[in-house]
Design a protein around this ligand. Structure first.
Ligand code: ZN
Length: 238
C-alpha cells in the first residue's frame, strides 16, 4: 500500500520515498505525492530522482488497489533505491485551480438554477461539466460567468475532510452529487467543501481558497439532449 500525501496536503510537491516495485514501465513507491487520476482530474506527471543524480521522467500514474504506480519510460530505478518523487508543480497547480473552478461552477449552478451535475473532465486551465439543466440557454453564459467570478473573488475557504460512511451519507448536499456511485464497501468518504457554496464527495486535489483560482471565463455550452447541457470553462490569471 502506498501512502499518498496528495490526499491530505495538495501542496506537497515532493517527497522522499523508497522503490517497492518496478515492473513493465511502472514504479511503485512506499510514499508519493502523485495523484493517480480520477473524478475527471488527470494523473500527475513529474520526475523520480535517485540520490546519485539519475532522473526518471514520470509521464503519469495509476492506482491498482491501494498501490500507486508511476509510469516511467525506459530504464527504471532499482527496487530498494531511495528516490525523491517530484511533481511537475506548474501543471499540478493549474489542475488544482481548474478542479476548484469546476466546483465553484457546480455550486453556483446548483444554488441559483437548481441544476445538478452528472459528470466532468479537465485538463490544465480548461474544463467542462455536464448538468441536468433544461433551462440552460446562451443568454445565461455571461451571467453564470459573472456569478462564478463573484465567488472566486470572495476567496472562500476550501476544506478537505474524511468522514465515516454513515456520517457522509446523512448529508443531503452530498447525496445530490455522485456519492451514490461510490463502491458499497467503502468505509470513509473524502469530502471537499467550498465553505458556504458547495460540498462534494471527491478524491482530487484543490486549492485552499477560491481566490487562488484566478478568474474563470465560460467559453460556451452545448446541448447533449433536451435536459443534459455541457458547460465549458477556461481558467485565467486574475
Ligand atoms: Zn474536486
Amino acid at each position: 500500500m502506498s501512502e499518498n500525501l496528495a490526499y491530505s496536503d495538495a501542496y506537497a510537491a515532493t517527497t522522499s520515498a523508497h522503490v517497492l516495485g518496478a515492473d513493465e514501465g511502472a514504479v511503485l513507491l512506499d510514499v508519493t505525492v502523485f495523484y493517480p487520476g480520477g473524478g475527471g482530474q488527470p494523473a500527475d506527471t513529474g520526475w523520480l530522482r535517485t540520490d546519485d543524480g539519475v532522473t526518471f521522467p514520470v509521464t503519469g500514474a495509476r492506482k491498482s488497489g491501494d498501490d500507486i504506480w508511476h509510469l516511467v519510460e525506459g530504464d527504471l530505478p532499482a527496487v530498494g533505491a531511495s528516490v525523491s518523487a517530484e511533481l511537475d508543480w506548474d501543471r499540478r497547480h493549474a489542475l488544482m485551480r481548474t478542479h476548484s473552478a469546476l466546483h465553484v461552477l457546480c455550486g453556483v449552478v446548483w444554488r441559483d438554477w437548481g441544476a445538478s451535475v452528472t459528470g466532468g473532465n479537465m485538463e490544465p486551465l480548461a474544463g467542462r461539466m455536464d448538468f441536468e439543466f433544461e433551462t440552460m440557454a446562451g443568454e445565461l453564459v455571461a451571467e453564470i460567468e459573472r456569478r462564478v467570478n463573484v465567488e472566486i473573488e470572495a476567496d472562500r475557504e476550501i476544506r478537505v475532510k474524511v468522514l465515516p460512511r454513515d456520517e457522509a451519507f446523512a448529508i443531503p448536499d452530498l447525496i445530490r452529487t455522485k456519492i451514490n456511485l461510490l463502491p458499497a464497501g467503502i468505509e470513509e468518504v473524502r469530502t471537499i467543501e467550498i465553505v458556504g457554496l458547495d460540498l462534494q464527495a471527491d478524491g482530487g486535489t484543490h486549492v485552499s481558497h477560491t481566490g487562488e483560482i484566478g478568474r474563470v471565463r465560460v467559453t460556451g455550452y452545448e446541448s447533449k439532449g433536451r435536459i443534459n447541457k455541457r458547460i465549458r470553462i477556461e481558467v485565467l490569471d486574475r
